[in-house]
Ligand binder design. Sequence first.
Ligand SMILES: Cc1cc2nc3c(=O)[nH]c(=O)nc-3n(C[C@H](O)[C@H](O)[C@H](O)COP(=O)(O)OP(=O)(O)OC[C@H]3O[C@@H](n4cnc5c(N)ncnc54)[C@H](O)[C@@H]3O)c2cc1C
Length: 311
Amino acid sequence: MEPSVVVVGAGLSGVACARELAAAGVAVRLVDRGRRVGGRMASRRLDGRPVDLGASYFTVTDDGFGAVVTDWQRRGLATPWTDTFTVLEAGAAPETKTGPVRWGAPGGLRSLVEDLADGLEVELGSHVEALPDAPTVVLAMPDPQAVRLLPDDPSFAAVRRRLDRDYEPVLALSARWPGRTWDLDGAFVNGDDTIAWVADDGRRRGDDAPVLVAHSTPAFAQPHLDDPQAAADPMTAALRDLLGLDEPVETYLHRWSIARPTGEREDPYLLEEAGDRLVAACGDGWGPTSKVETAWVSGSALGRELVRRLG
Ligand SMILES: Cc1cc2nc3c(=O)[nH]c(=O)nc-3n(C[C@H](O)[C@H](O)[C@H](O)COP(=O)(O)OP(=O)(O)OC[C@H]3O[C@@H](n4cnc5c(N)ncnc54)[C@H](O)[C@@H]3O)c2cc1C
Protein backbone atom coordinates (compact mmCIF):
# COMPACT_ATOMS: atom_id res chain seq x y z
CA MET A 1 0.00 0.00 0.00
CA GLU A 2 1.44 3.45 -0.97
CA PRO A 3 1.59 5.53 2.21
CA SER A 4 -0.88 8.40 2.13
CA VAL A 5 0.92 10.03 5.07
CA VAL A 6 4.65 10.53 5.50
CA VAL A 7 5.77 11.52 8.99
CA VAL A 8 9.25 13.07 9.05
CA GLY A 9 10.80 12.78 12.52
CA ALA A 10 10.74 9.70 14.73
CA GLY A 11 11.05 11.47 18.05
CA LEU A 12 8.23 10.93 20.53
CA SER A 13 5.76 13.22 18.72
CA GLY A 14 6.26 11.63 15.29
CA VAL A 15 6.01 8.13 16.70
CA ALA A 16 2.86 9.03 18.67
CA CYS A 17 1.29 10.49 15.51
CA ALA A 18 2.24 7.51 13.34
CA ARG A 19 0.81 5.10 15.93
CA GLU A 20 -2.60 6.78 15.83
CA LEU A 21 -2.60 6.60 12.02
CA ALA A 22 -1.43 3.00 11.84
CA ALA A 23 -3.95 1.91 14.49
CA ALA A 24 -6.74 3.35 12.32
CA GLY A 25 -5.47 1.53 9.24
CA VAL A 26 -4.01 4.61 7.51
CA ALA A 27 -0.88 3.73 5.52
CA VAL A 28 1.95 5.73 7.07
CA ARG A 29 5.69 5.93 6.49
CA LEU A 30 7.89 7.25 9.32
CA VAL A 31 11.31 8.64 8.37
CA ASP A 32 14.21 9.88 10.50
CA ARG A 33 17.75 10.94 9.75
CA GLY A 34 19.03 9.31 12.95
CA ARG A 35 20.30 5.75 13.27
CA ARG A 36 17.70 5.13 15.97
CA VAL A 37 14.32 6.59 16.88
CA GLY A 38 13.99 8.86 19.92
CA GLY A 39 15.19 12.32 18.84
CA ARG A 40 15.86 14.41 21.92
CA MET A 41 14.92 11.52 24.23
CA ALA A 42 18.48 10.47 23.58
CA SER A 43 20.46 7.85 25.43
CA ARG A 44 24.01 6.91 24.49
CA ARG A 45 25.91 3.84 25.68
CA LEU A 46 28.94 4.97 27.69
CA ASP A 47 31.08 2.58 29.73
CA GLY A 48 28.61 -0.25 29.01
CA ARG A 49 25.42 1.49 30.16
CA PRO A 50 22.97 3.94 28.58
CA VAL A 51 23.26 7.56 29.76
CA ASP A 52 20.43 10.04 29.13
CA LEU A 53 21.96 13.01 27.30
CA GLY A 54 18.77 14.77 26.14
CA ALA A 55 15.58 14.92 28.21
CA SER A 56 16.34 14.22 31.86
CA TYR A 57 12.99 12.86 32.94
CA PHE A 58 9.30 13.25 32.23
CA THR A 59 6.21 14.19 34.20
CA VAL A 60 2.61 13.08 33.72
CA THR A 61 -0.62 15.10 33.89
CA ASP A 62 -2.52 14.03 30.76
CA ASP A 63 -4.75 10.93 31.17
CA GLY A 64 -3.86 9.50 27.76
CA PHE A 65 -0.13 9.83 28.38
CA GLY A 66 -0.73 8.50 31.91
CA ALA A 67 -2.17 5.28 30.44
CA VAL A 68 0.94 4.84 28.26
CA VAL A 69 3.20 5.45 31.28
CA THR A 70 1.24 2.98 33.42
CA ASP A 71 1.79 0.35 30.74
CA TRP A 72 5.54 1.16 30.62
CA GLN A 73 5.71 0.89 34.40
CA ARG A 74 3.88 -2.46 34.41
CA ARG A 75 6.46 -3.80 31.96
CA GLY A 76 9.41 -2.33 33.90
CA LEU A 77 10.31 0.15 31.13
CA ALA A 78 9.64 3.32 33.13
CA THR A 79 10.04 3.92 36.85
CA PRO A 80 9.22 6.82 39.16
CA TRP A 81 12.49 8.56 40.03
CA THR A 82 11.93 11.37 42.53
CA ASP A 83 9.73 14.30 43.45
CA THR A 84 12.51 16.22 45.20
CA PHE A 85 15.36 18.18 43.68
CA THR A 86 18.10 20.32 45.19
CA VAL A 87 18.41 24.02 44.38
CA LEU A 88 21.98 25.33 44.29
CA GLU A 89 22.94 28.99 44.27
CA ALA A 90 26.37 30.53 44.90
CA GLY A 91 26.59 32.04 48.39
CA ALA A 92 23.38 30.33 49.59
CA ALA A 93 22.85 27.06 51.44
CA PRO A 94 21.44 24.27 49.21
CA GLU A 95 17.67 23.96 49.43
CA THR A 96 15.32 21.19 48.43
CA LYS A 97 12.26 21.66 46.27
CA THR A 98 9.41 19.17 45.98
CA GLY A 99 7.23 18.94 42.87
CA PRO A 100 5.54 16.35 40.64
CA VAL A 101 6.94 12.84 40.36
CA ARG A 102 9.68 12.71 37.75
CA TRP A 103 9.95 9.49 35.77
CA GLY A 104 13.03 7.80 34.34
CA ALA A 105 13.68 4.71 32.25
CA PRO A 106 16.09 1.92 33.29
CA GLY A 107 17.02 1.44 29.61
CA GLY A 108 17.31 5.18 28.95
CA LEU A 109 14.47 7.41 27.73
CA ARG A 110 15.10 6.42 24.12
CA SER A 111 13.95 2.89 24.98
CA LEU A 112 10.43 4.26 25.58
CA VAL A 113 10.20 5.77 22.09
CA GLU A 114 11.59 2.53 20.67
CA ASP A 115 8.84 0.66 22.50
CA LEU A 116 6.12 2.87 20.98
CA ALA A 117 7.68 2.52 17.52
CA ASP A 118 7.53 -1.27 17.72
CA GLY A 119 5.42 -2.52 14.80
CA LEU A 120 5.66 0.71 12.78
CA GLU A 121 7.49 0.92 9.49
CA VAL A 122 10.42 3.27 10.25
CA GLU A 123 13.01 4.32 7.71
CA LEU A 124 16.14 5.31 9.65
CA GLY A 125 19.29 7.08 8.45
CA SER A 126 17.26 9.01 5.90
CA HIS A 127 17.94 12.75 5.96
CA VAL A 128 14.95 14.41 4.30
CA GLU A 129 15.99 17.57 2.45
CA ALA A 130 12.71 18.60 0.82
CA LEU A 131 9.05 18.05 1.58
CA PRO A 132 8.32 14.40 0.67
CA ASP A 133 5.99 13.81 -2.22
CA ALA A 134 2.87 12.54 -0.45
CA PRO A 135 -0.70 13.85 -0.11
CA THR A 136 -0.16 14.46 3.62
CA VAL A 137 3.17 15.26 5.27
CA VAL A 138 3.76 15.62 9.00
CA LEU A 139 6.86 17.48 10.17
CA ALA A 140 7.40 16.15 13.69
CA MET A 141 10.40 18.27 14.67
CA PRO A 142 11.34 21.72 15.95
CA ASP A 143 10.30 24.69 13.76
CA PRO A 144 13.84 25.63 12.61
CA GLN A 145 14.29 22.07 11.25
CA ALA A 146 10.78 21.91 9.75
CA VAL A 147 10.94 25.23 7.94
CA ARG A 148 14.03 24.11 5.98
CA LEU A 149 11.94 21.44 4.24
CA LEU A 150 9.29 23.80 2.87
CA PRO A 151 9.36 24.67 -0.83
CA ASP A 152 10.10 28.30 -1.63
CA ASP A 153 6.60 28.73 -3.05
CA PRO A 154 3.90 31.29 -2.16
CA SER A 155 1.38 28.54 -1.40
CA PHE A 156 3.54 27.56 1.60
CA ALA A 157 3.81 31.11 2.96
CA ALA A 158 1.12 30.58 5.62
CA VAL A 159 2.79 27.40 6.90
CA ARG A 160 6.18 29.12 6.92
CA ARG A 161 4.78 32.04 8.95
CA ARG A 162 3.47 29.69 11.62
CA LEU A 163 6.74 27.78 11.98
CA ASP A 164 8.34 30.76 13.68
CA ARG A 165 9.38 29.47 17.09
CA ASP A 166 13.03 29.90 18.08
CA TYR A 167 14.94 27.23 19.96
CA GLU A 168 17.89 27.69 22.31
CA PRO A 169 20.94 25.44 22.55
CA VAL A 170 22.22 23.29 25.43
CA LEU A 171 25.43 21.30 25.92
CA ALA A 172 25.12 18.07 27.90
CA LEU A 173 28.17 16.75 29.77
CA SER A 174 28.23 13.20 31.12
CA ALA A 175 30.90 12.56 33.77
CA ARG A 176 31.75 9.33 35.60
CA TRP A 177 33.60 8.86 38.91
CA PRO A 178 34.87 5.69 40.63
CA GLY A 179 32.26 6.17 43.37
CA ARG A 180 29.43 8.52 44.42
CA THR A 181 30.62 11.38 46.65
CA TRP A 182 27.50 13.55 46.31
CA ASP A 183 23.98 13.20 47.63
CA LEU A 184 21.34 14.50 45.25
CA ASP A 185 18.96 13.17 42.60
CA GLY A 186 18.95 16.32 40.53
CA ALA A 187 19.83 19.96 41.08
CA PHE A 188 18.57 23.19 39.55
CA VAL A 189 21.50 25.60 39.49
CA ASN A 190 20.54 29.25 39.80
CA GLY A 191 22.74 32.15 38.75
CA ASP A 192 25.63 30.08 37.36
CA ASP A 193 27.09 31.19 34.01
CA THR A 194 27.96 27.65 32.90
CA ILE A 195 25.66 25.05 34.43
CA ALA A 196 21.86 25.16 34.72
CA TRP A 197 20.98 21.61 35.80
CA VAL A 198 22.64 18.42 37.08
CA ALA A 199 21.09 14.93 37.21
CA ASP A 200 22.33 11.77 38.87
CA ASP A 201 22.03 9.33 35.96
CA GLY A 202 22.61 6.26 38.14
CA ARG A 203 19.78 7.13 40.49
CA ARG A 204 17.28 8.10 37.81
CA ARG A 205 17.96 4.96 35.83
CA GLY A 206 18.11 2.75 38.93
CA ASP A 207 21.54 1.08 38.52
CA ASP A 208 23.23 3.50 40.95
CA ALA A 209 26.22 4.11 38.66
CA PRO A 210 28.24 7.16 39.85
CA VAL A 211 27.47 9.23 36.74
CA LEU A 212 26.28 12.82 36.60
CA VAL A 213 24.86 14.60 33.56
CA ALA A 214 25.13 18.41 33.59
CA HIS A 215 23.27 20.70 31.18
CA SER A 216 24.78 24.07 30.29
CA THR A 217 23.05 27.40 30.22
CA PRO A 218 22.03 28.46 26.68
CA ALA A 219 24.42 31.45 26.95
CA PHE A 220 27.38 29.15 27.66
CA ALA A 221 26.38 26.78 24.83
CA GLN A 222 25.94 29.43 22.13
CA PRO A 223 29.62 30.37 21.46
CA HIS A 224 30.67 26.70 21.70
CA LEU A 225 28.35 25.33 19.01
CA ASP A 226 31.05 25.22 16.30
CA ASP A 227 33.57 23.48 18.56
CA PRO A 228 31.58 21.85 21.38
CA GLN A 229 34.45 19.61 22.55
CA ALA A 230 36.28 22.75 23.70
CA ALA A 231 33.48 23.17 26.25
CA ALA A 232 34.13 19.82 27.99
CA ASP A 233 36.97 21.04 30.23
CA PRO A 234 35.33 24.28 31.41
CA MET A 235 32.02 22.46 32.02
CA THR A 236 33.80 19.73 33.98
CA ALA A 237 35.61 22.38 36.05
CA ALA A 238 32.34 24.21 36.74
CA LEU A 239 30.63 20.96 37.78
CA ARG A 240 33.51 19.98 40.10
CA ASP A 241 33.41 23.45 41.65
CA LEU A 242 29.67 23.36 42.15
CA LEU A 243 29.62 20.00 43.98
CA GLY A 244 33.21 19.86 45.34
CA LEU A 245 34.19 16.83 43.27
CA ASP A 246 37.50 15.19 42.25
CA GLU A 247 38.52 14.84 38.62
CA PRO A 248 36.11 12.41 36.85
CA VAL A 249 37.54 9.30 35.18
CA GLU A 250 35.59 9.85 31.96
CA THR A 251 33.59 12.65 30.35
CA TYR A 252 31.49 12.87 27.19
CA LEU A 253 29.99 15.99 25.67
CA HIS A 254 26.91 16.22 23.45
CA ARG A 255 25.78 19.37 21.60
CA TRP A 256 22.09 20.23 21.22
CA SER A 257 22.01 23.18 18.80
CA ILE A 258 18.21 23.05 18.93
CA ALA A 259 17.23 22.00 22.43
CA ARG A 260 14.25 23.91 23.80
CA PRO A 261 11.75 26.36 22.33
CA THR A 262 11.58 29.91 23.64
CA GLY A 263 8.35 31.90 23.96
CA GLU A 264 4.90 30.38 24.03
CA ARG A 265 2.39 28.78 21.67
CA GLU A 266 -0.81 27.10 22.85
CA ASP A 267 -1.89 25.50 19.52
CA PRO A 268 -1.65 21.70 19.86
CA TYR A 269 -0.33 21.24 16.29
CA LEU A 270 -0.31 22.82 12.84
CA LEU A 271 -2.53 21.54 10.04
CA GLU A 272 -2.79 23.58 6.82
CA GLU A 273 -3.62 22.98 3.20
CA ALA A 274 -0.68 24.10 1.11
CA GLY A 275 -0.42 23.64 -2.63
CA ASP A 276 -2.21 20.40 -3.38
CA ARG A 277 -1.51 18.75 -0.06
CA LEU A 278 -1.99 18.75 3.65
CA VAL A 279 1.01 19.88 5.70
CA ALA A 280 1.12 19.32 9.43
CA ALA A 281 3.58 19.87 12.26
CA CYS A 282 3.68 18.57 15.81
CA GLY A 283 6.14 18.27 18.69
CA ASP A 284 7.10 19.85 21.97
CA GLY A 285 6.85 23.33 20.45
CA TRP A 286 3.07 22.86 20.15
CA GLY A 287 1.27 23.16 23.48
CA PRO A 288 1.47 24.86 26.84
CA THR A 289 4.92 23.82 28.12
CA SER A 290 7.73 22.31 26.12
CA LYS A 291 8.37 18.84 27.47
CA VAL A 292 8.19 15.12 26.73
CA GLU A 293 4.51 14.88 27.63
CA THR A 294 3.65 17.81 25.33
CA ALA A 295 5.39 16.07 22.41
CA TRP A 296 3.28 12.93 22.99
CA VAL A 297 0.04 14.89 23.40
CA SER A 298 0.73 16.99 20.28
CA GLY A 299 1.62 14.00 18.08
CA SER A 300 -1.30 11.89 19.30
CA ALA A 301 -3.85 14.71 18.87
CA LEU A 302 -2.59 15.41 15.34
CA GLY A 303 -2.74 11.71 14.50
CA ARG A 304 -6.37 11.49 15.64
CA GLU A 305 -7.31 14.62 13.67
CA LEU A 306 -5.67 13.21 10.53
CA VAL A 307 -7.57 9.94 10.97
CA ARG A 308 -10.79 11.95 11.20
CA ARG A 309 -9.97 13.90 8.03
CA LEU A 310 -8.55 11.07 5.98
CA GLY A 311 -10.76 8.28 7.25
C1 LIG B 1 19.08 18.95 26.77
C2 LIG B 1 17.60 18.70 26.84
C3 LIG B 1 16.97 18.52 28.08
C4 LIG B 1 15.61 18.27 28.16
N1 LIG B 1 15.06 17.99 29.38
C5 LIG B 1 13.76 17.62 29.44
C6 LIG B 1 13.22 17.16 30.68
O1 LIG B 1 13.91 17.03 31.68
N2 LIG B 1 11.89 16.84 30.71
C7 LIG B 1 11.09 16.92 29.60
O2 LIG B 1 9.89 16.59 29.68
N3 LIG B 1 11.60 17.30 28.40
C8 LIG B 1 12.93 17.64 28.31
N4 LIG B 1 13.46 17.99 27.10
C9 LIG B 1 12.56 18.12 25.94
C10 LIG B 1 12.21 16.75 25.30
O3 LIG B 1 13.37 16.06 24.98
C11 LIG B 1 11.37 17.05 24.07
O4 LIG B 1 10.22 17.75 24.46
C12 LIG B 1 10.90 15.82 23.27
O5 LIG B 1 11.86 14.81 23.23
C13 LIG B 1 10.56 16.34 21.88
O6 LIG B 1 10.12 15.32 21.01
P1 LIG B 1 9.73 15.71 19.52
O7 LIG B 1 9.22 14.51 18.86
O8 LIG B 1 8.86 16.92 19.55
O9 LIG B 1 11.09 16.23 18.83
P2 LIG B 1 12.49 15.47 18.62
O10 LIG B 1 12.73 14.50 19.70
O11 LIG B 1 13.49 16.56 18.40
O12 LIG B 1 12.29 14.66 17.26
C14 LIG B 1 12.51 15.23 16.00
C15 LIG B 1 13.08 14.16 15.10
O13 LIG B 1 13.13 14.68 13.77
C16 LIG B 1 14.30 14.19 13.15
N5 LIG B 1 14.61 15.10 12.05
C17 LIG B 1 14.81 16.45 12.10
N6 LIG B 1 15.06 16.93 10.87
C18 LIG B 1 15.02 15.87 10.03
C19 LIG B 1 15.20 15.73 8.61
N7 LIG B 1 15.47 16.77 7.82
N8 LIG B 1 15.10 14.48 8.07
C20 LIG B 1 14.81 13.41 8.84
N9 LIG B 1 14.64 13.49 10.19
C21 LIG B 1 14.73 14.70 10.76
C22 LIG B 1 15.34 14.20 14.25
O14 LIG B 1 16.40 13.30 13.96
C23 LIG B 1 14.52 13.77 15.46
O15 LIG B 1 14.59 12.38 15.69
C24 LIG B 1 14.83 18.23 26.98
C25 LIG B 1 15.45 18.41 25.74
C26 LIG B 1 16.82 18.63 25.67
C27 LIG B 1 17.48 18.77 24.32
